[in-house]
Design a protein around this ligand. Structure first.
Ligand code: C2E
Ligand code: MG
Ligand code: MG
Ligand code: MG
Length: 287
């Protein structure tokens, strides 16, 4: 098994490979000590406001490395953290870290943090969030929580109550990965999200008339319900121009900026991108 190679040398967990279960256990154990051992960190992906041409936000994305430095992708460790409950401590660590690193020094006006439904269901979560805001001196208005539409929202009154508590602190609630499952529609029916992030799968055929009309339809659906729209996964200039045509509020993607360490995020000039308005001097928000 992978463990025979030593604890630091681990084959990544593959859900299709029954022999990789060992690695899942290893990662589960690692996650419990990850903060104390400096194995987790955050990277930040810029969020571009297409109206102003400014980077007016950053999404915090968690990174995990094994003891030997090997990175483990979130698609592997987040489900393990959710299954074992480690996501509760890791999620609070993420919020505190993002407040301290980005908001307190003013590197971006808004930071968005991904929040698992398990966190929203946990009693005391909203109170723990409030404590972090007080500790760091951050106003909730500068924080957005991204919730994935993955679970069915019907009869999730505890989650809805938690979301209301967070909103009362000024925290914006965004719906992440919209359009990847039917559950998203019931989320829209139940809750008035500040922003809906349209999943990057909708950009896949944006170079064909069929793909473009699909994109136009989903944008119209979200817009008619009064939400701001962020389209994820912009990888080309053509896609960015299409978003300008569609008058999308915010965009994110490799073409605008890849997720980057804090140092890189702070120092990077705004590449490729110019404002859709005429009076912009193109000075990056992020200094
Ligand atoms: P997400 O929240 O939808 O984040 C966007 C993912 O798409 C990120 O992957 C990002 O690197 C990637 N991405 C951004 N722009 C592009 C692009 O132009 N092209 C392509 N191909 N990909 C792009 P990452 O960092 O691997 O994260 C994957 C997922 O893991 C996230 O999806 C989120 O659901 C979850 N995740 C990451 N960090 C956290 C966290 O702190 N807490 C929780 N609960 N989940 C997290
Ligand atoms: Mg997200
Ligand atoms: Mg997303
Ligand atoms: Mg996603």
């Amino acid at each position: 098994s992978a463990k025979a190679n030593g604890r630091n040398c681990v084959r990544l967990f593959d859900p299709n490979d029954p022999q990789s279960g060992d690695d899942s256990e290893h990662i589960a154990a690692l996650l419990r000590v990850a903060v104390a051992n400096d194995l987790v960190s955050l990277v930040y992906q810029p969020i571009l406001n297409l109206t102003t041409g400014e980077i007016d936000g950053a999404e915090a994305l968690m990174r995990l490395k094994l003891l030997d430095g090997t990175p483990v992708p979130p698609s592997v460790f987040i489900p393990i953290a959710e299954r074992t409950g480690s996501i509760l401590d890791l999620g609070l660590w993420t919020l505190r870290q993002a407040c301290q690193e980005i908001l307190v020094p003013g590197h971006a006006p808004v930071v968005s943090v991904n929040v698992s439904p398990i966190q929203l269901k946990t009693r005391g979560f909203a109170a723990a969030v409030a404590e972090i805001l007080i500790d760091t001196g951050v106003d909730g208005q500068h924080v957005a929580f991204e919730i994935t539409e993955g679970i069915n929202m019907d009869r999730q009154s505890d989650i809805l109550r938690c979301i209301k508590d967070l909103e009362n602190m000024g925290i914006r609630i965004w719906l992440d990965d919209f359009g990847t499952g039917f559950a998203g529609l019931s989320w829209l029916r139940l809750f008035n999200f500040d922003t809906v992030k349209i999943d990057r799968s909708f950009l896949q055929d944006s170079d064909t008339p069929k793909g473009r009309s699909m994109l136009r339809d989903i944008i119209a659906l979200v817009r008619n319900r009064g939400h701001r729209i962020l389209v994820e996964g912009i990888e080309t200039e053509e896609q960015l121009n299409l978003m300008r045509q569609f008058e999308i509020d915010h965009v994110q993607g490799f073409f605008i900026g890849r997720p980057a360490t804090l140092d890189v995020f702070k120092s990077k000039p705004l590449n490729h991108v110019s404002a859709s308005t005429d009076d912009n001097d193109n000075t990056p928000m992020v200094t």
